[in-house]
Design a protein around this ligand. Sequence first.
Ligand code: TMP
Length: 205
Amino acid sequence: MQKGKFITIDGVEGAGKSTQIDFICQYLADKGINVALTREPGGTEIGEKIRTLLLSNSTGEMHADTELMLMFAARNEHIQNKIIPTLNQGNWVLSDRFTDASYAYQGGGRGLDIARIAQLEQWVMRNFAPDMTLLLDVPVEIGMQRVESRGEKDRIEQESLDFFNRVRNAYIARSERYPERIKLIDSSQTTEHTQQQINAILDKL
Ligand code: TMP
């Protein structure tokens, strides 16, 4: 059986991932492609427990290195026990966030050394990588307005505008470094405008 494709979707808070994920799943279903939707941190039983620890406000202060290693611990479980087995069955996988988020949030946001993140990535992922990443980009002020309207913020959403501007810049820098894989999508306008861009990219894929 042919191996399925691995697609990831990422972006700052409030970039509109959830709406576009529904659209992508429908697009693939219409083409007769089975896609397993999953997320990070999370996607497995252990990964979801780590997610609760990472995002719960009751966790309080956490050392940035601990945060990074927990992201990768959840990711290891996710890759080994969910993503690779699903791809090997010939199905596609769509992950709501993946390793680019560690470079953006822990690298850009928390200021961790990119070279150290790359070491951890090499250790956990070896040569595994997404076939394609859709990066939804929106100015932080717009994204945070969308988050505010959703209600209570989690541990990471509590961060400052400066933090999220660093996250956004780190995402953009990665899309410039890996233009073949990471497709930068302007998500600041209407849902339909974002969908049209995703549609064109998926048509090519
Ligand atoms: P969300 O996917 O529901 O938006 O929430 C996940 C949060 O975790 C979000 O604030 C981004 C953050 N995150 C990291 O900081 N590093 C990572 O590697 C991943 C996957 C997520």
